[in-house]
Design a protein around this ligand. Sequence first.
Ligand code: NAD
Length: 267
Amino acid sequence: MKKNASKTLSDLISLEGKRALITGAAVGIGRAIALRFAEAGADLHLVDLDTRGLGTVRSQLSQFDRNVETHHVDLSTKENIDTLWEKLAGREPDILVNNAGIYPFKSFLEVDEAFLEKVMNVNLNSALWMCQHMIRRRLRKGGVIINIGSIEAILPFEKHLSAYSISKTGVIALTRSLAKEYGSYGFRVNALIPGGIVTPGTKAVAKELTQGNVRLLRTGVEFKLRLPLGRGGQPDEVARTALFLASDLSSYVHGALIPVDGGFLSS
Ligand code: NAD
C-alpha cells in the first residue's frame, strides 16, 4: 500500500473499494453525503424510515453505477438496529455516518419522558448502537466513523431545544470517547458540527415556527446577522467536509469536531 505522501490527490480523495453506511440518507445532509460518496467511488448502504425519499436518492445515484442498498429502518429502537446489522453480515461498511436526527421544539417545562426518550433514542442512542456494531464487527480491520453533532450542543441559540442540545452534546462525548478508545484499533472517529444548513428539516421547522411568532422571527434574523458568511449553508457543503473525513485526505484527523456553520460558532 502506498504511503499517503506518495499518493496523488485523486488517490487520497477516492473511496473506490469502500462501502459506506449513511443514516438519515433520504433527504437533506444525508442525501448530499450519499451523492458525494458515490461520486468518490463508494458503494452504499442507505438507511432511513422515509421509503419514498430513499427511492428518490437511489434514482439520483444511478448516474454513478455503484452498488446501492436501501434499508427502511426506524433507528429509534436498538432492536431495529440489531436487525439491520444482522442483515448486513458479510457486507459491513468501512465507513459509518451517523446522520439521522430530529429537532422537535418543546419548552423545557413541558418536556416529558416520552419526548425526551424519543429525542435521545433517535439522536444519540442510535449513533451509540450503530458505533458499537461497527466497532465489534471490524475490530481487526478498523474503519471510519463520522457522527453528526450540532452547533446547538456548543452554543444553545434558540429556546425550546434543550432535549436536542443534550442529545447532540452526547454525540460529541461519544465521538471523543470512541476516538480515545479505538484509535489504536484502526478506527478514525470524528464529528461534524453543522449549523444553518438549508434542508427539508430546517425548512419545515422554520415554516412552522415563524407563522405569526414574532420572537422566532427575531431569532431567525439574529441567527443570520451572526453568520459571518451572511447566508445559510447547503447540504452539499456539509457533504464535502464529510468526504474529507471519510477519505485518506484526513488520515491524521481523529477525535475532531469540525464546524460547518458559516462561522457561526466563531462570531
Ligand atoms: P432532515 O430532517 O432534513 O433529514 C433527516 C433525515 O433523518 C430524514 O430523512 C429522516 O427521515 C431521517 N430520520 C429521522 N428520524 C429517523 C429515524 N428514527 N430512523 C431513521 N431515519 C430517521 O435533517 P437535516 O437537516 O438534513 O439534518 C441531518 C443531521 O444534521 C441531523 O442529525 C441534524 O440534527 C443535524 N444538524 C442539522 C443542521 C441543519 O442546519 N440542517 C444543524 C445542526 C445539526
